[in-house]
Each structure stands twice: as structure tokens, then as C-alpha cells.
Design a protein around this ligand. Structure first.
Ligand code: MG
Length: 379
């Protein structure tokens, strides 16, 4: 422990509560722009607060997770999905004695780079920016927190700790082969990935049932759902459909969390993981058991076929794709129509990227309004 960390109660608290393989605040590599320590908040608490207070975070409330806002007001938005991920990730982190503040900061930031209209928005921006490095929501999250959020006079972006940036950067590159000598991510990063998957596998079924895209009978073809339903029926004998559905969704979350914790605890013990260094040298340890992974895959395939490709969802998606593409073309041809914040980035990043940043930051509703404005006759 470094000498100036000694009097800080945050660091003493972590000494008592965190496992030796957790990321301790006192071991943080710091920030790109060094800042003095605070006595009442640790570095990862500050990261979490900065993310929570950012404009990009607030705009998640009007961004699509899977279903657009005009389909109802029950289903998850990008914001409520993020909060569910943060809640599950905190549960996992506390049970494993990991750094909850770091985990929460990573969870709150994990989808901050999503453009309007979810993956459709992402796909069309990727096509539009193909010649300029493409578009990916994980990489965009890094641009936002390092560059585009402009809230502090001392530095661009949010100047987050290097651990949060590395965690997000790893998400941006998780489909590329590991770099030479590539180390495994911190357990706090691994936990957020797992919590994301637990959250969407549970809530997408719930939302689809509420929207009438699926019915309970159809889901009996999905072994994961069938088994969860069986567990619920053993405990409760007279639930109506709505109560049954909610109980099954809770069961799905609890089952996945229980399974994950027992796998991780077993891995940590059998590999004698006793430090962050050991975590770095081990393979990724936070993963469901092979049996549950297989069942999750079955559910995901079912959702892909029956929900993500559902006609009602596809129709909205095509409208959104077209609106984003048209706006991209109009603004690329006339970048002087960009707001000054984005115009100012053209010299450094080129017009295409500046237009992409502007479009990616929009909420669903703002994107449709702006599309109307830009395509209006003489607009
Ligand atoms: Mg997510």
C-alpha cells in the first residue's frame, strides 16, 4: 500500500472486505490526467459517479434495447437493461468479494456507446463508416468517455481510471484473437460480461411475452425455460399466467447467478487464485457451467429466430436503418449542418466520423425528429 493511501478509510475498508484477487483501489494505475485523491471517495466510486452524471448515460433512457419506445412502456430500455446488469453484477461482485465500485462503474458504462435503435443502428452506422474504420458500440463507448463527453474544464472526456478504460477496451476487442502475452481481464470485468448475458437472457423473454411476440406455450419448447417453469411449479401450485411468467423470470436470474457463483468459487479454489496477478495469468474464470451454457444457447437461438427476427421488430428496424442512413448521407454532404461540437471534430477525425458521433449520440426519438427536420422540403 502506498504511503498516501494509509489515512483513507476507503482503502482500509477494502483491505477488510475484498478478496486478495479483487482489484483494490490502492493498486489502481491512476488516470491519464493525474488528479489528487479524495478522502471520501475511492477512484472507482468517482468513475461510477462520472458515468452516472454523463449526458450519454442519461440518453440511454430513450434508446432501444431490443424493442422501440413506441411498442409500449413495459419493456426494457437501454437504461433499465444497464441498471439490471449493474444490479446483477454487484450481487456477483459482493458474493465473490470483488470490488463493487469498479464492477458498478464498468456495468454502467458497458452499453453507453450504443447508438439509437440498438443493433440496427449499430449495423447501419458500421456500413456508413466502412471506409473510415467502421462502427462498434464498445469502441464508441471509449470515444465517449475519453473524448466526446465534455464536462470538465481540466480534461476531455471523463478521465476515468485506467482499469475502467482497460475493461471497456477489452469489450471492444473481445472478438479479436488475444494479443501476444494477452492477460485475462480483471474478475470485475468478467463479472460484468456474465451479468450482461444473465440480464438479457432473462428480460428479453419477459418483454417478448408482454408484447405478445411469444406465448407461454411456445416457450415450453425451450429446455431452459421448461426447467425453470418446472422448478417454479414445484414451489407454487396456483399461479395465473402473469404470476407464473414473473416467477419464471426470477428463477432464471437466480438459477444463472447460483450456477455462476458455484463455478467461479470452484475455479478460484482449485486454481489457488490468490492475487490479481493469478487472475491475469488464468483463463477467463467467470462463465456458466457447460450444462447451463448449453441451455442458455438454446434460449438465445430461440429468441433469435422468434423475437429478434420477428416481423414487428424487423419493420421498426428497417425504418430506423433508413432514417440513419439518410441522415448520414445528408450530413456528410453538408457537414456545416452539424452542431458546433461535432463540426469542431472534423479537422481531427474527418467528416464521416464526426457525423457518426453525432448520429450515435442521438436517442431514438431525437433521431426520428432530426430525420424529419433534415428531410423536410427546403430543410
Ligand atoms: Mg448490455
Amino acid at each position: 500500500m502506498s504511503a498516501d493511501a494509509e489515512p483513507n478509510p476507503i482503502y482500509r475498508r477494502e483491505e477488510v472486505l475484498l478478496a486478495p484477487y479483487a482489484m483494490h483501489s490502492t493498486d489502481s494505475a491512476g488516470r491519464k490526467h493525474p488528479e489528487p485523491r479524495q478522502t471520501y471517495r475511492g477512484p472507482f466510486q468517482r468513475d461510477r459517479d462520472r458515468i452516472l452524471h454523463s449526458g450519454a448515460f442519461r440518453r440511454l433512457s430513450h434508446k432501444t434495447q431490443v424493442f422501440t419506445g413506441d411498442m409500449g412502456d413495459y419493456h426494457r430500455t437501454r437504461l433499465t437493461h444497464t441498471l439490471e446488469v449493474a444490479s446483477i453484477a454487484r450481487t456477483l461482485a459482493r458474493a465473490l468479494q470483488l470490488n463493487e465500485d469498479l464492477t458498478e462503474a464498468l456495468a454502467l458504462a458497458h452499453d453507453i456507446g450504443h447508438p439509437p435503435f440498438g443493433h440496427s443502428g449499430e449495423d447501419v452506422l458500421d456500413e456508413c463508416l466502412r471506409g473510415d474504420g467502421g462502427f462498434n458500440h464498445n469502441a464508441q463507448a471509449l470515444r465517449i468517455v475519453e473524448l466526446l463527453e465534455n464536462r470538465y474544464p481540466e480534461f476531455p472526456g471523463l478521465n476515468l481510471s485506467l482499469e475502467v478504460l482497460a475493461g471497456q477496451s477489452r469489450r471492444a476487442h473481445k472478438h479479436s484473437p488475444p494479443s501476444q502475452g494477452g492477460a485475462a481481464p480483471l474478475l470485475e470485468v468478467q463479472v460484468v460480461d456474465a451479468a450482461d448475458s444473465i440480464a438479457y437472457d432473462s428480460h428479453d423473454v419477459d418483454d417478448s411475452l408482454e408484447l405478445g411476440l411469444l406465448d407461454l406455450h411456445q416457450l415450453l419448447a425451450v429446455p431452459l425455460w421448461r426447467e425453470a417453469a418446472e422448478r417454479v411449479r414445484q414451489r407454487f401450485t396456483s399461479l395465473d399466467d402473469r404470476q407464473l411468467r414473473r416467477a419464471i423470470v426470477h428463477e432464471l436470474i437466480n438459477w444463472q447467478v447460483d450456477d455462476l457463483l458455484s463455478v467461479v468459487q470452484h475455479e478460484l479454489a482449485s486454481r489457488r487464485v490468490a492475487s490479481v496477478g493469478d487472475v491475469r495469468r488464468a483463463p477467463v474464470l467467470v462463465a456458466p457451467s457447460p450444462q447451463l451454457a448449453e441451455l442458455k444457447l438454446g434460449l438465445e437461438r430461440f429468441l433469435f429466430k422468434h423475437v429478434y427476427r420477428h416481423e414487428a421488430v424487423e419493420t421498426k428496424r428497417n425504418e430506423a436503418r433508413q432514417a440513419i442512413r439518410e441522415m448520414f448521407e445528408i450530413l456528410l454532404a453538408a457537414p456545416d449542418r452539424l452542431p458546433s461540437k461535432f463540426r469542431a471534430r472534423i479537422a481531427q477525425d474527418g467528416a464521416a466520423r464526426a457525423v457518426g458521433d453525432y448520429l450515435a449520440g442521438m436517442t431514438d426519438r431525437y433521431a426520428l425528429d432530426e430525420h424529419r427536420r433534415l428531410t423536410a422540403a427546403g430543410g
